[in-house]
Design a protein around this ligand. Structure first.
Ligand code: ADP
Ligand code: MG
Length: 323
């Protein structure tokens, strides 16, 4: 009966990171202003995402676990104007099919909430409960019923690094949302949710940053850049501290990487890399976000213009603020 869900799960859920990603996106879609993510053993044994969003109405809780059940699209024309991060209605069904799942939720209008527990997709318990407004989803024993999948997971440290990296970037991209990340019982960071990107960068990446960063905004006709970059003296031996966002989404970009290299070319030796957090806004029709299945990369229509704009913006601000 759950064969289809298990197969679908192979596409949506391939490792703990994909579960965290789906649950956090659901929390954001629900209008949350506070999201707590807790993992144990790289997410293999335990993942919890707690939000203070809309919650799910009691009558809709079982539906939320049905495949292709989404509250985010009602008709085909919605597809063109989709604002939410999810809309396929597959995540919860897929996740529940390959784990022990518990969901506790309450809407603002209801007096009590509901707790539902599923084992490999089968409902094991459903009870009324007192709980705050919002939703908590707990995933335990991922892939307990699909042993072949279990084998594909990497060591705990590898899986947790991917999750920590993802939540760190989400906390920067959504600076208006409070994020708290807990790993094996330790709070790794809590952001303020006050929209202050720089304070979030310092909170999340403090141990890698050292001194202060140079902060500036630049605008051209087509492009807007907000940047936090290091003085040349604060360089690194790898590019791990170069983090790029395009239109609010974390991406990898050779074009942006090259722009940073251009800007520091006379100031740094081979093998040294500056710290650079770049937030670029591009008109959506000047870029293709669908070149990579995970949407991890983008293609700019005019790569040269992007590279030149970012390169010269950084260069100008380095010269004026780091003389
Ligand atoms: P999708 O996000 O594509 O709609 P999901 O399987 O991720 O599909 O979720 C199914 C439905 O469950 C959502 O459409 C939404 O109505 C509800 N839901 C899931 N997570 C939350 C949450 N954290 N808060 C409120 N509603 C949620
Ligand atoms: Mg979703």
């Amino acid at each position: 009966k759950h064969v289809a869900d298990k197969i679908a799960a192979g596409e949506v859920v391939d490792r703990p990171l994909s579960i965290v990603k789906e649950l956090v996106e659901n929390a954001i879609d629900a209008g949350s202003t506070s999201i707590v993510v807790e993992i144990k053993n790289g997410g293999k044994s335990y993942i919890r995402v707690t939000d203070n969003g809309s919650g799910i109405e009691k009558g809709d809780v079982e539906l939320a676990f049905k495949r292709h059940a989404t509250s985010k699209i009602r008709n085909a024309s919605d597809l063109d104007s989709i604002q939410s991060l999810g809309f396929r209605g597959e995540a919860l069904a897929s996740i529940a099919a390959v784990s022990r799942t518990e969901l506790i939720t309450k809407t603002a209008d209801e007096k009590s909430g509901i707790r539902i527990r599923l084992e490999g997709g089968d409902i094991a318990e459903k009870v009324d409960t007192g709980c705050p407004e919002g939703t908590t989803v707990i995933i335990e024993d991922l892939f307990f019923n699909t042993p072949a999948r279990l084998k594909f997971m990497k060591p705990d440290a590898t899986e947790s690094t991917l999750i920590i990296d993802f939540i760190s970037k989400m906390a920067l991209a959504y600076a208006q949302i409070k994020f708290r990340l807990i790993n094996n019982g330790n709070i790794l960071f809590s952001t303020t949710g006050k929209g202050d990107i720089y304070s979030n960068i310092l909170t999340i990446y403090s141990k890698d940053l050292g001194d202060k960063l140079i902060h500036f905004k630049e605008k051209s006709q087509e492009l807007t850049l907000e940047a936090f970059v290091s003085a040349p003296s604060q360089s690194k031996t790898n590019r791990k501290s170069q983090i790029f966002f395009v239109n609010g989404r974390s991406i990898a970009s050779k074009v942006m990487e090259n722009a940073v290299t251009d800007a520091y070319s006379e100031k740094l030796f081979e093998g040294r890399y500056p710290i650079a957090f770049l937030f670029l806004q591009v008109s959506p029709d000047k870029l293709d976000v669908n070149i990579h299945p995970n949407k991890k990369e983008v293609r700019f229509d005019d790569e040269r213009a992007v590279r030149d704009f970012i390169g010269s913006a950084i260069r100008t601000n380095l010269n004026s603020k780091d003389a």
